[in-house]
Design a protein around this ligand. Structure first.
Ligand SMILES: CC(C)(COP(=O)(O)OP(=O)(O)OC[C@H]1O[C@@H](n2cnc3c(N)ncnc32)[C@H](O)[C@@H]1OP(=O)(O)O)[C@@H](O)C(=O)NCCC(=O)NCCS
Length: 211
């Protein structure tokens, strides 16, 4: 048997968003230092600074804050088909693709846009999680692998399961409030660089920067 080892080619990022060539992005915005992995489909969404996605991620109509980590096979806002029509097949609104009309049914797309997903800063979304329409996820939250999130998630809490339920708090309410008050994610790059190693020590960090 042959031992095989292929060292990871280190991905060097820059303020310019890095988008894998296999991904498709439509009418979206990606901030500085963002990275979009392979085979992503992103539609009418915003990913703010430093947020990254791994492979096979789908994001529709979502606002995503800074420093979010989005694992493989996550789906944010899987959109609904119109269930009240004779058929729920997408030919009734993707009419151009099926050569059934000269225009698509824009009403359906406007209806989908009404239910945007909103995600705060520093949210970690685990492998294969699904975030359903209209959900708001608070800053600092953790979404467990495989969760289906159907209701809003409080900041700095951890939710898991189908449908997702609170399993624990990441930090006490006091710490969560302090972190949101510090709002380190809004610090400019030079300050992040200067204080970079302090991110590993929560207690000292809060003492130094919390009120
Ligand atoms: C949510 C998570 C962070 C919790 O980790 P943890 O704090 O070490 O939690 P524990 O393993 O102690 O589990 C706590 C409880 O939650 C349950 N739980 C943990 N992960 C779960 C999941 N994904 N789905 C359902 N329940 C889960 C455990 O069974 C346990 O339940 P119990 O108290 O009834 O025994 C972790 O389980 C997880 O899902 N991580 C995501 C990993 C991932 O997707 N990485 C991708 C690379 S970025």
């Amino acid at each position: 048997m042959n031992f095989i080892h292929q060292p990871n080619k280190e991905k060097i990022l820059s303020p310019e968003p890095l988008v894998h060539h296999t991904s498709h992005i439509t009418n979206s915005y990606a901030g500085n230092w963002t990275s979009i992995g392979p085979y992503n489909e992103i539609v009418e969404s915003k990913l703010d600074d430093y947020t990254y996605t791994m492979d096979d991620v789908t994001i529709n109509y979502a606002e995503i804050g800074k420093y979010c980590s989005i694992a493989s096979h996550v789906c944010i806002n899987p959109v609904n088909h119109p269930m009240d029509r004779v058929t729920q097949h997408h030919m009734t609104y993707r009419r151009i693709s099926y050569r059934l009309a000269e225009t698509d049914d824009e009403e359906i797309f406007s209806w989908r846009r009404l239910n945007r997903v909103t995600i705060g800063h520093d949210v970690w979304i685990g492998h294969g999680a699904i975030i359903m329409k209209g959900v708001k996820i608070g800053t600092g939250a953790v979404i467990a692998s495989g969760a289906v999130v159907t209701k809003d998630v409080e900041p700095y809490t951890i939710v898991a399961g189908v449908p997702a339920k609170l399993i624990k708090d990441r930090f006490s309410r006091e710490i969560a409030d302090k972190l949101q008050q510090i709002a380190w994610w809004n610090w400019p790059r030079n300050i992040i660089e200067e204080r970079f190693y302090e991110f590993n020590d929560l207690e000292t960090f809060l003492k130094k920067y919390g009120q």
